[in-house]
Structure formats: C-alpha cells, structure tokens
Design a protein around this ligand. Structure first.
Ligand SMILES: NC(=O)c1ccc[n+]([C@@H]2O[C@H](COP(=O)([O-])OP(=O)(O)OC[C@H]3O[C@@H](n4cnc5c(N)ncnc54)[C@H](OP(=O)(O)O)[C@@H]3O)[C@@H](O)[C@H]2O)c1
Length: 248
C-alpha cells in the first residue's frame, strides 16, 4: 500500500484510532491533514510525523469550522484524495425516556451530520479527478441496538446508511465509500471504562482481548488504498469476532 502523492484528511486525529491511522498512512507516503479540536495534540502529532502532516483545528460539529479546516488542508497539500471521517463522541448513557434533547441533537450533528458535510466538501475535487476513497468510522452500534444511548446508536446506524448511499451514487465516478466498524479498541474512549468492566467485556470477545488502534489502522489503510479498488459500500468489522457471536 503506497500512498505517495495522496492527500488524506483524517478527522479525530488528535487521539486513538484517528491518530494511529494518520501515522500509518503517513509512514506509507501520504500527506496527512489532521483535524480535531485540541490544537496542542494536533501540533504534537504533526510534529512527530514531520513535513507531510499538518494540523487544522476544527469542531466538526460546526459546519463553517469544518469547511474552513478542509479549505486550509487543500491549500496546503492540494485536493483531498482520501477522507477518513472518524471523529465521534459516545454521548451519555441515559434511559430513552429521559434522554436530553440537546445531547441527542449534538450527537447526531457530530457523529453523522458532520460526516455528510465533510463528504460534500471533498466530493467535487474527487469527482473532477474521477477517483477518491472515503472511509467512515461506524461502530457495532451501526449494526446492533444498544440500551441507554439512542442518539449514539441512531448516529452510527446513520453513518453506515450514508456510506452506502454515497457508495452507490459515486461508484460510476470512481469514488469508493466504506465504513469501518471498531469492536472494542483500546483508546482513550475505552480507558474511561472501569477496569472490572473492561475485564467483563474481554470475556465476551471471542478472541478474549480488546483490539489495538494499530490493528484497526491496518484495515483502515487497506480500505483507503488502491489495494481495495473494487471494494465499496461495505462495512468491515475489526472486532475480534464480537458481531458474529451468538450469546444464548
Ligand atoms: N475505541 C472503540 O472501541 C470504538 C468503538 C466503536 C466506535 N468507535 C469510534 O471510533 C472513532 C474514534 O474514537 P476513538 O476510540 O479513537 O476515541 P478517542 O481516542 O476519544 O478519539 C476521538 C477523536 O474524535 C475527536 N473529536 C471528538 N469530538 C470532536 C468534534 N466535535 N470535533 C472534532 N473532533 C472531535 C477527538 O479530538 P478532540 O477531542 O481533540 O476534538 C479525538 O481525536 C469514533 O467515531 C468512535 O465512535 C470507537
């Protein structure tokens, strides 16, 4: 997988899955635009990667900020050839009856609507080039229900639907869109779960351990690469077998 000459924009690149994938793509030759809210973290990551990476601060839930960051990215490295729309929040766990309307709206805006905004922004140059790769980060909640977090489940089902819609519409233009489904991947998001609960989770994973961001990044890089040139509209789980498990 050689990404030389490509420009890949990664949202949620200040930590976890986005950060590790950005570094892997850069190590394989890509120019990388790193998007997230924490400037210090973005500067740190860009500094570690070197000249082929630059950080652009944006709250993806703010359309103007997101579009401005993507404009800056295109000015720096040229048109975006690959988009990894990965930024996301988990939201709070609250019974559906009491679920706050503002949290619901914010979760949908950050996890789903912002992905559409980013895709809309990069599509024109991809259409012109007759080539492009879009990868969206879903969740097991893209394919299964989960109690107490209706906003997250709705948003992650939404990004899978969005991926399929874009894949079908853009296939004739040479643009691919796929959705990667992390199972339980060790990032800051999962570190917030109490250790005893983490142990219980691991017992429910057929492979009996959580995945690493590096394991996820390898599959993400494949789906963004020309090696996956005939793969589009797919959801690809990196989950140690969880989604295929039948608990009785
Ligand atoms: N880890 C897992 O097991 C797992 C499982 C299922 C799905 N996922 C999905 O994987 C993706 C990455 O999560 P992660 O596990 O790598 O967690 P993480 O380490 O907490 O990373 C989340 C990233 O998203 C960014 N972000 C959050 N809200 C943002 C906003 N409003 N604007 C811009 N950036 C924002 C954060 O950056 P700033 O805070 O600097 O803005 C950070 O870079 C998410 O979409 C998540 O839903 C992860």
């Amino acid at each position: 997988m050689d990404f030389t000459g490509q420009h890949i924009a990664v949202t949620g690149a200040s930590s976890g899955i986005g950060l590790v994938t950005a570094k892997l793509l850069a190590s394989r030759g890509a120019n990388i635009s790193l998007l997230a809210r924490r400037k210090d973290r973005l500067d740190e990551v860009a500094g570690e990667i070197g000249d082929r990476a630059a950080g652009f601060v944006a709250d993806v839930g703010d359309k103007a900020e997101l579009e401005h960051a993507l404009d800056q990215a295109a000015s720096r490295f040229g048109p975006v050839t690959g988009l990894f729309a990965n930024a996301g929040l988990t939201g709070g766990f609250t019974p559906a009856v009491e679920f706050p309307a503002d949290v619901f709206e914010q979760t949908i805006r950050v996890n789903l609507t912002s992905v559409f905004w980013a895709i809309q922004k990069v599509l024109p140059s991809m259409i012109e080039a007759k080539k492009g790769a879009i990868l969206v980060t879903g969740s097991m909640a893209s394919k299964r229900g989960m109690a107490m977090n209706p906003a997250y489940v709705a948003s992650k089902h939404g990004v899978l639907g969005l991926t399929r819609a874009i894949a079908v519409e853009m296939a004739p233009q040479g643009i691919r869109a796929n959705c990667i489904i992390p199972g339980f991947i060790r990032t800051e998001a999962l570190d917030r779960i109490p250790p005893d609960q983490q142990g219980k989770i691991e017992q429910r994973i057929p492979m009996r351990h959580m995945g690493t961001p590096e394991e996820l990044a390898e599959v993400a890089a494949f789906l963004l690469s020309d090696a996956a040139s005939h793969v589009t509209g797919q959801d690809w789980a990196v989950d140690g077998g969880v989604l295929e498990t039948l608990e009785v």
